[in-house]
Design a protein around this ligand. Structure first.
Ligand code: FES
Length: 102
């Protein structure tokens, strides 16, 4: 959880079936959530810098590539070229200072 304090988000590299893929975990007033770090527009990572996913007011998630905005609670694209699509969400739980991703 402390890793989420600076930017409200943390990108994490995982492996599935031997292939690398990236997710990111966010924390805000609504709680802790995780999404695949793959924009539905062009399947590129959303962030251009480590752990930077939120806008400056931390109200929406922003894709650095073409400016799509996403609801940080639902992952729905609110504005931009993928409007109406959504980020793939992953279930998470917390245990003290740890974020658990099954
Ligand atoms: S790749 Fe995200 S808006 Fe284009």
């Amino acid at each position: 959880m402390a890793d989420l304090a600076a930017t409200g988000a943390k990108d994490i590299a995982l492996f599935k079936d031997g292939a690398p893929y990236s997710i990111f975990v966010i924390r805000d007033a609504a709680g802790v959530r995780a999404f695949e770090n793959s924009c539905p527009h062009a399947r590129l990572p959303l962030n251009g810098a480590a752990d930077v996913f939120f806008d400056v007011r931390r109200t929406v998630l922003v894709c650095v590539n073409h400016g799509a905005h996403f609801d940080p609670v639902t992952g729905a694209c609110l504005r931009g070229p993928c409007k109406g699509e959504r980020l793939r969400a992953f279930p998470v739980s917390t245990d003290g200072e740890s974020v658990l991703i099954p």
